[in-house]
Design a binder for this molecule. Sequence first.
Ligand code: ZN
Length: 325
Amino acid sequence: MTRLAVLLGALGALAAIFLAAHELGTAGAGTRRQHPGDERTPLPVVATTGIVADAVRAVGGERLRVQTLMGPGVDPHLYKASEGDVTRMAEARAIFYGGLHLEGKMAEVLAELATRGALTVAVTDGIPRARLRRAAEFAGLYDPHVWFDVALWQEVVRTVEGALAKLDPAHAEAYRARAARHLAELRALDEEVRAKVATVPRSQRMLITAHDAFGYYGRAYGLEVHGVQGLSTAAEAGAADVQRVAELIARRRIPAIFVESSVPPRIIEALRAAVRARGFEVRVGGELYSDALGDPAGPAATYAGMVRTNTDTIVRALRGEEQRR
Ligand SMILES: [Zn+2]
């Protein structure tokens, strides 16, 4: 039996249990009651990545209990749902995910949950397609890393607000107010990033990372972006990709390249070696958070914190300043 079949089997068993429990007027073992009108019980919802969870928390506040499937350092392109995840998703009132094939190995499980009546929300669904970057290597698909354009992320917040208002109309006004506050914060963040990047000399505004997560960031804030690995970490970087980017770095004398928290650093090490072989030394400018938030106690624990931390790391390194970490 395939792994997916096992998961779907677990899902089927769960559905039967919940149906039976529902008919008895209780949920699960009777310890956790969930009535639609119960004001004190937060609604259980699931978010796939920490970045998606941040938007859901920002809009939902105390009214939701948000469970996040992927913690710090976890790569969503490669992540497979565990049986525990399937249970959490089956129990949730809504499942929020990035969409645009970000969670490449969860597509079947998400589709299966949707056909069984779960509310699944791709948070990028509300972004007009014309504002998305086309994926060069996959015809007809888009770059899923929309969170690095803070203006696009505002569309995501609006989509989350709409979904929550529909799920829980009694609290629609509270969701609207929280979303409005968060959108104001995001507008300020967008301005802040723009102003910081503008302090880097134009010729040095080049962002080189292991995988191509920063295309929206480059487009929004005016940096040229090169990833060694492409849009998904699922495709291995070839030696030719490493040589191509190494040539570019040596020729343009780019001062720094960056490792990513959710991607093993070996590609960046190979790149540095290839640059050195061309007689140029490129520094590692620091670690960027690409597809996952940082540790809960650190500065990149929230979406805004992650964008700000990345921007500070990028700006400092490309201006050739000392690294603080
Ligand atoms: Zn990615």
